[in-house]
Design a protein around this ligand. Structure first.
Ligand SMILES: [Zn+2]
Length: 284
């Protein structure tokens, strides 16, 4: 009798939602703990000293030193306790210099003319310097195996028409969401690959086209939270990595709670798809 089945399905959904909420509570606390730590504060202090370069200068830096990670002027490096190595060639960028001068007009009044000119200055990448270690917040990879979870998430991706390419990705992120296809760096343990795949599946579901305005920080917070919930549900705890990742993308418990429904719904869809193969997904 179908009526007997209904309450149990409902109860199951309710229990799952409770479980998702509980794990997100745990994650929110962990993210705030990272943010409150001394290491994180020191890290932000140092980050604040690095200038945010204009789009044009960022391009110049990329062209001259594509592997640059942290760039600053000679004097900023000295203040951070690091010395540019002898013989290192600087990266040329343009620094805006405002100018102003006064002249007398035909009627004898004093007029001020002003503008901006750009002068070439040189900056250096951290790899060109020696000295004190910069404070960092490490985001450790998940090094446990999760072969079944990885196979299940791959099946979910395929059922959603998303092709997954497992391949070595060098430097930077461990994966990419490319709207209809996903890259996963296969140089890590299957636990890490599962976490990456769940993260990219969340981007695919939430962060393309008409899915609303959001910042990159918010997109990363949502995707990583979904991945954390999904992995934890299947017994893979990624808290250390996920909480630091979210904190580094400027997320906190407040932002996490503001996105709770989107995160919980997306995580539930993935969990349901893993647990009920062949079941039709509800189209929102
Ligand atoms: Zn991402």
């Amino acid at each position: 009798m179908p009526s007997l089945l209904k309450p149990s399905t409902k109860d199951k959904a309710k229990a799952l939602r409770q479980r998702i909420d509980d794990s997100l509570d745990g994650l929110a606390k962990a993210v705030d703990d990272v943010r409150a730590s001394e290491t994180f504060r020191q890290f932000l202090d140092v980050q604040a000293r690095f200038h945010k370069y204009s789009w044009h200068n960022t391009l110049l830096i990329c062209m001259q030193r594509p592997d640059a990670t942290q760039v600053a002027g000679y004097r900023t490096w000295l203040k951070l306790g690091r010395q540019v190595r002898k013989g290192e060639g600087g990266i040329m960028i343009f620094a805006p210099c405002p100018w102003k001068h006064e002249k007398e007009s035909d009627t004898g009044e004093t007029e001020t003319e002003q503008g901006i000119y750009f002068k070439a200055v040189h900056v250096f990448d951290v790899a060109q310097t020696d000295g004190d270690e910069l404070p960092t917040v490490s985001v450790p990879t998940v090094d446990s195996a999760a072969d079944d979870l990885l196979a299940n998430l791959l099946r979910v991706a395929e059922s959603r028409g998303i092709a997954v390419d497992f391949r070595p990705v060098s430097g930077g992120p461990f994966g990419a969401s490319k709207h209809g296809s996903i890259d996963v760096d296969n140089q890590h343990a299957t636990g890490q690959q599962s976490k990456t795949l769940a993260h990219e599946l969340a981007h695919e579901a939430l962060h393309w086209e008409d899915k609303g305005p959001f910042t990159r920080s918010l997109a990363e917070l949502e995707a990583e939270s979904v991945a954390y919930v999904v992995c934890l549900h299947f017994g893979l705890d990624t808290e250390v990595r996920s909480s630091r990742y979210i904190a580094l993308w400027d997320g906190d418990s407040k932002a996490l709670r503001a996105s709770l429904e989107r995160i919980a719904d997306t995580a539930r869809d993935i969990i349901d798809d893993v647990e009920a193969p062949g079941a039709k997904r509800q189209v929102a």
